[in-house]
Ligand binder design. Structure first.
Ligand code: COA
Ligand code: AMP
Length: 630
């Protein structure tokens, strides 16, 4: 086992000699043309990695392994309790599918740099579509299936795709979610009209194809010729992934090809302690960054086997589902969100169902996406008997910022802490004046520039917003949006967002987008959405609305209507179940709504009343509403 000293050395090396450190890591990637430069600071603060280099990410994820003798090894196992299907794709089979679908896209005119929006459930074709884009040098933008047409339309208008790839439906335990009608209405709403849509028709729901625009996946595949890999610049975009910011407009996080491949490969070995040929399971969704990095690219770049699970931790069919998948496929590392374990613990508190399965293949449980509460940490540790590793990162970074580096230098675990900064990330906790906080003192968690490879170089066609959102608060630093502290031993503690982004069941959502929907209702004068603590989901949103004077609607009907509107316009995943009609909202004298104060009160904290409050009586009136849980 390595010693923590080696962590300190490696960490220092990555910061003081990024060229040497990442130059060495880049040797694990297969380059069409070797990079001329490792870190390119010529356009700082827009740092670039591996300029001059050319590669193809799909080649590195598939062809390279087939050429190297892994053709018959399982690349992807699709395990779908909701359809009763288990299907294994070897590397050779996955490559054949991807090359063919790349041929479909090429036939539709998609080439290097063109965008393709993928709006799909957890089916292998989603992975095939992503890798096919990478093969052509096209840029995919996957939109999570739980988002509603309006959200999809916003992303289509920003990414301006040549093609949309979708499916007739997704399958949730309680219902079939018809994707195709949602896609159709998104395309009606969007100003940008893609040339074609390729639709995977699943037997659980029919889909009506629009003649001249929509193609059936299988028919298109039957008629296609396989396409080869198109080498692209290391700095060319591989994908855009939209994530929630504080406003209703999602941020288009850009990922490049070269830095991404180098960083993910490095993380698979050093953070996740996974070797080629081992089985890695990220129980997430391809629509989130965890799915991009650790269902699709990380394991495949490494030559591991990845699991694509179309099911839930509970209810498909029971709270033993995760143990069943681990046992059936010999999973070595599982990565999921704490909320999944809270759901299992709630249904099966003694983990009695574990006795039915042999999960001895499992070496490590990795958890991220939201704060890991100590109860869940202790429960998982006790029941599984393997290290439970909290680690912290975000869509923007694409791979872990702080972790217990299981492959490089495992360290003692402190519950509540994702351990230490990962080499490459110069984590600083800053006070409001930009000065470093003392150990134990809370501040804004920032990353000193440059960020390591694999992190966002900018926002899609919006350099200005990139600088304004991330780089302007503390010059020379990237603002993560999370607050926390570092303890005397250098362990990081992440306490939560300092902005209006919330985390619902490990899903990152913007209160701003929900507020935009509530504010759009003709009866609403003003509104606020806050995230309040929830035992299962970590946080859930709650809406507070003030009605326009003279509005004489039945409060119950209006509340239901507002809940329904958010579900229809943001998506079921928002899980907004409660809206209260209130006489007023507490504000500062300059008119800013005191969301943080309301959130604290709702969570039962002894929240101080800010000195800047305009009218403390408004807040007093709200207290009982905020505290009530019914
Ligand atoms: N397509 C369409 N609808 C979706 C969807 C998808 N891909 N994913 C979720 N939804 C819907 C659900 O059906 C549900 O709708 P409902 O209000 O009609 O019940 C709603 O969105 C909320 O879904 P979810 O957040 O999954 O809550 P849940 O109550 O159905 O399940 C958990 C709770 C904890 C079991 C579930 O959140 C879970 O498995 N979380 C794992 C965490 C995770 O994957 N995080 C990703 C980051 S690592
Ligand atoms: P996303 O961009 O969807 O991955 O969400 C990122 C956000 O989730 C972070 O900014 C944090 O607020 C939160 N988060 C992710 N992992 C952790 C963790 N291990 N501990 C605390 N918060 C986390």
């Amino acid at each position: 086992m390595s010693h923590p000293e080696s962590y300190a050395d490696v960490f220092a090396n990555a910061i003081t000699d990024p060229d040497g450190f990442w130059g060495d890591a880049a040797e694990d990637v297969s380059w069409h043309r070797a990079p001329g430069k490792v870190l390119d600071s010529s356009s700082a603060p827009f740092y670039r990695w591996f300029t001059g280099g050319e590669l193809n990410t799909c080649h590195n994820a598939l062809d390279r392994h087939v050429d190297g003798g892994r053709g018959d090894q399982a690349a992807l196992v699709y395990d779908s309790p909701v359809t009763g299907t288990v299907r294994t794709y070897t590397y050779a089979e996955l490559l054949a599918e991807v090359a063919l679908f790349a041929g479909v896209l090429r036939g539709l005119g998609v080439g290097r740099g063109d965008r393709v929006v993928v709006y799909m459930p957890m089916v292998p074709e989603a992975v095939v579509a992503m890798l096919a884009c990478a093969r052509l040098g096209a840029v995919h933008s996957v939109v999570f299936g739980g988002f509603a047409p309006r959200e999809l339309a916003m992303r289509i208008d920003d990414a301006r795709p040549a093609v949309v790839v979708s499916a007739s439906c997704g399958i949730e335990p309680s219902r079939i979610v018809e994707y195709k009608p949602m896609l159709d209405s998104a395309l009606d709403l969007a100003e940008h009209k893609p040339g074609s849509c390729v639709i995977l028709r699943r037997e659980q729901a029919p889909a009506t194809l629009v003649p001249g625009r929509d193609l059936d996946w299988h028919e298109a595949m039957a008629a296609a010729e396989p396409a080869g890999c198109v080498p692209v610049a290391a700095t060319d975009p591989l994908y855009i992934l939209y994530t929630s910011g504080t406003t209703g407009k999602p941020k288009g996080v850009v990922r490049d090809n070269g830095g991404h491949a180098v960083a993910l490969l490095w993380s698979m070995r050093n953070v996740y302690d996974t070797a080629p040929g081992e089985v890695f399971w990220a129980a997430s969704d391809v629509g989130w960054v965890v799915g991009h990095s650790y269902i699709v690219y990380g394991p495949l770049l490494l030559g591991a086997t990845t699991i694509l699970y179309e099911g839930k931790p509970v209810g498909t069919p029971d709270a033993g589902a995760f143990w069943r998948v681990i046992a059936d496929h010999g999973v070595n590392a599982l990565f999921t969100a704490p909320t999944a374990f809270r759901a299992i613990k709630k249904e099966d508190p003694s983990a009695a169902l574990l006795a039915k399965y042999d999960i001895s293949s499992l070496r490590t449980l990795f958890l991220a996406g939201e704060r890991l509460d100590p109860d869940t940490y202790h429960w998982a540790t006790e029941k599984l008997g393997v290290p439970v590793v909290d680690h912290w990162w975000q869509t923007e970074t694409g791979w872990p910022v702080a972790a217990n580096l299981r492959g490089l230098a495992p360290m003692p675990i402190k519950p509540g802490s994702p351990t230490v900064p990962v080499p490459g990330y110069d984590v600083r906790v800053l006070d409001p004046d930009g000065e470093p906080c003392a150990p134990g003192e809370e501040g804004a968690i920032c990353l000193r520039l440059p960020l390591p490879p694999g992190t966002l170089p900018t926002l899609w066609q919006d350099d200005e917003r990139y600088v304004a959102s991330y780089l302007s608060a503390y010059p020379g630093h990237y603002l993560t949006g999370d607050g926390g502290h570092v303890d005397e031993d250098g362990y990081l503690f992440v306490m939560g967002r300092t902005d209006d982004v919330i985390n619902v069941a490990g899903h990152r959502l913007s209160t701003g987008s929900m507020e935009a929907v509530l504010a759009g209702h003709p009866a609403v004068a003003e509104c606020a959405v806050i995230g309040v603590a929830d035992e299962l989901k970590g946080q859930v949103p709650r809406g507070l609305v003030v009605l326009k004077s003279g509005v004489d609607a039945d409060p119950g009907t209006l509340r239901d209507e507002l809940v329904r509107l958010v579900r229809e316009q943001v998506g079921a995943v928002a899980s907004l179940k409660r809206v209260d009609i209130v006489p007023g909202l507490p504000k500062t004298r300059s008119g800013k709504i005191l969301r943080k104060t309301m959130r604290g009160i709702a969570d039962g904290a002894d929240e101080p009343v800010p000195s800047t409050i305009e009218d403390a009586a408004v807040l007093d009136l709200l207290r009982p509403v905020l505290r009530s849980r019914v």
